[in-house]
Design a protein around this ligand. Structure first.
Ligand SMILES: Nc1ncnc2c1ncn2[C@H]1C[C@H](O)[C@@H](COP(=O)(O)OP(=O)(O)OP(=O)(O)O)O1
Ligand SMILES: [Mg+2]
Ligand SMILES: [Zn+2]
Length: 640
């Protein structure tokens, strides 16, 4: 073989190898798709078998047929009259909400139960009412002392005796509680403890043992049960040790409660808590009274504060709400900025002293402050019924978090709004924060996907995370996509993707790392002249550029590349696992964008595929407001 032909063969070999690599990626992509379709098929089959009453139990319960479970919705149990009476007389409620009666009957029948119910729907009643109607007392494990205090205050106001044991209990108080646990005449019906107490106090465990033997431990409730699992979003190491309860007191029914657990998190909780065969009741996640909306935050001239203050002063005049922010510093600055614009706001974050925190909480609860500008520290246990808006100044770190935080709106079942401001730079601010968390990046991208999305009902994006099959008609135009957004086009961004990937690739060969901001600027032609000559720059607007880069990150053509120093974490972009697919001539990438504002001649159907560059040419140069062709509307009707 002469040297020329050896070179040819080598070149052909390289090309075949490159092609093989592409094929391998395509196979991986198809397998991924197959897995997702199989899972969807399974869900749909389940739905056919059990006509989708979303209040049907799901998960790994003992074999109990639908018929058997229906029985627990009845009111002909030996305790039914007493339940009904106490619901009205003690709790002053006229009727049960969905799933409450079923959960209570199951628990009263001695069944172990996981109850997944959206935040604010009334999970507490499902152990408080049985506690009042049972002999002895119910042990309630709660993650936060503040939650405990709120419940004790509430129970006191309705004359239900309850006590607590936590790190700040006095010695005398603890002694009294421990003594009363085995006293048949003891008045209390509920004993609240922190998981730390169960894990660390031998004395408490031995008193519980005595109470159990005396038949006084009637029920165990583990509130916020998802804290058991490190796959959940609020993992607490001490929850891992709660398996001791079911091992020591196997005959006592356990009730685990949570607003946000996926089925895999629940399986994990079941193992950790040593509950052999719990029944899982899942209420629909769908809060029909909440309107979901995403607004864009401009990364150059962020006017979200003006937008938020206008909303609060006009649409939400005299109404109560929360503005969630990213950091303690943001809580203070955003709160000060809103105050300057005449909004009655106060900040709230973990670093404030306890008196200040409870003062802000109290003033807000009594409507002396209209808005709390808070970090996620303003969280569990916030139970104000008439919150009319929850605005996120920065995206949450996951859909679960967003669902829980926004879910503090509209607990009185009246309409309320959940608005999130989505900014390109915020993605990376949060990314560097969650980098050390288990699947932190993956979860963040689910939130980004929620915001970037323009073609699916926002509820359907949330539904995926709660393993629900979603029918868009269930939204009733209570999200911005369903209300304004079905006028979208599918845009071919293949060439753009190639250009961006080339920029990142070039940086790699020059041993240079580019932040998302640098990639954006380079593509827009703002980098050094030398680089400009080597790459294809774009005339797209900044918002379009950011949307495309975000989409490439979500789709796996780009990925994150972290760099750690002792002081900070940097986020750079590198090529994603799908980048090699772009070498394949026939490979194309699309994304959905709004059609609003586009030249009507450019596209004739909502599903038609159009090249962004074509759209751009037709439209000519656009000025400041580019929202028209951007995936998320900023100019939303103010008349909601
Ligand atoms: N049947 C009912 N009818 C009317 N209001 C009810 C009923 N049951 C509960 N509530 C009210 C009482 C509370 O103010 C509110 C929220 O209840 P709560 O038990 O704190 O919610 P939760 O525990 O499900 O939410 P979270 O997940 O935030 O802890 O609902
Ligand atoms: Mg609760
Ligand atoms: Zn919708």
């Amino acid at each position: 073989m002469d040297s020329d032909s050896a070179e040819d063969v080598q070149a052909e070999l390289d090309s075949v190898e490159a092609e093989l690599e592409v094929v391998a990626l395509q196979i991986a992509e198809l397998l991924e798709k197959q897995a997702s379709l199989t899972s969807k098929k399974k869900q749909l089959l389940c739905r056919l078998e059990e006509p989708c009453d979303s209040t049907q139990p799901s998960g790994s319960g003992p074999a109990m047929t639908k018929q058997e479970l229906l029985r627990y919705e009845n009111d002909d149990f030996s305790w039914s009259t007493e339940l009904e009476q106490n619901l009205k007389d003690v709790f002053q409620l006229s009727k049960f909400r969905a799933l409450q009666l079923k959960a209570i009957n199951l628990s009263m029948s001695g069944k172990d139960l996981f109850l997944v119910m959206p935040t604010g729907r009334g999970k507490s009643l499902c152990y408080q009412l049985p506690a009042v109607c049972s002999e002895g007392f119910t042990l309630v494990v709660t993650p936060l002392v503040s939650l405990m205090e709120d419940q004790l205050m509430y129970l006191k106001s309705i004359d239900v005796e309850a006590v607590s044991l936590n790190a700040s209990s006095s010695k005398e108080h603890a002694k009294m509680v421990l003594a009363e646990m085995t006293d048949a005449k003891a008045p209390f019906k509920l004993l609240y403890v922190t998981p730390e107490k169960i894990a660390k106090s031998k004395l408490l465990m031995s008193r519980l043992e005595k109470a159990y033997n005396a038949g006084r431990l009637s029920r165990i409730a583990v509130d916020e049960v998802h804290c058991c699992s490190q796959w959940g979003h609020d993992f607490r190491p001490d929850y891992k040790l709660l398996g001791i309860l079911k091992r020591q007191f196997p005959k006592v029914p356990l009730l685990g409660l949570t607003a946000t657990a996926t089925s895999s998190v629940l399986k994990d909780c079941q193992k950790i808590l040593c509950v052999p065969e719990p029944i899982t009741l899942t209420a629909s996640f769908n809060r029909t009274n909440l309107y979901y909306e995403v607004r864009l935050k401009d990364s150059i001239s962020d006017d979200s504060i003006s937008d938020i203050s206008a909303l609060i002063k006009e649409r939400y005049k005299d109404q109560s709400g929360i503005v969630y922010v990213f950091s303690q510093k943001d809580a203070e600055t955003v709160s000060a900025d809103l105050q300057k614009k005449g909004v009655n706001a106060s900040s709230y974050h973990a670093n404030m002293n306890p008196e200040d925190k409870s003062q802000v909480h109290r003033k807000w609860a009594t409507n002396k402050i209209q808005v709390v500008v808070a970090t996620v520290a303003f969280g569990m246990g916030i139970d104000k019924a008439d919150v009319r808006f929850v605005i996120h100044h920065t995206i949450s770190k996951s859909i679960e978090n967003y669902y829980q935080e926004s879910g503090r709106a509209g607990r009185d079942d009246k309409p309320a709004d959940c608005i999130v401001y989505f900014g390109f730079n915020d993605i990376f601010r949060i990314s560097t924060m969650v980098v050390m968390e288990n699947v932190g990046q993956q979860k963040l991208l689910t939130m980004v996907d929620y915001c970037q999305n323009v073609d699916r009902c926002r509820r359907s994006v949330i539904a995926v995370h709660f393993d629900e099959v979603w029918d868009d008609e269930g939204c009733n135009e209570m999200c911005d996509v369903c209300r304004h957004g079905n006028d979208y086009i599918t845009v071919d961004i293949t060439q753009h993707a190639k250009d961006v990937v080339q920029i990142v690739e070039l940086a790699g060969t020059l041993d240079e790392k580019l932040t998302p901001l640098k990639v954006t600027e380079a593509w827009m032609g703002k980098g050094p002249a030398k680089r400009r000559k080597m790459i294809q720059t774009t005339t797209l607007s900044r918002l379009e550029v950011e949307a495309i880069i975000t989409s490439l990150l979500l789709q796996g053509y780009l990925s994150e590349d972290f760099s750690f120093t002792p002081y900070t974490t940097y986020f750079y972009l590198k090529l994603g696992r799908k980048a090699p697919l772009l070498k394949n001539q026939s490979h194309s990438i699309t994304m959905k964008m709004r059609r609003t504002g586009l030249d009507a001649n450019t596209v004739s159907t909502t599903q038609q595929t159009v090249k962004v560059s074509q759209v751009k040419t037709k439209e000519g140069k656009r000025s400041g407001d580019n929202a028209a062709n951007y995936p998320v509307t900023k100019k939303v009707k103010k008349d909601l």
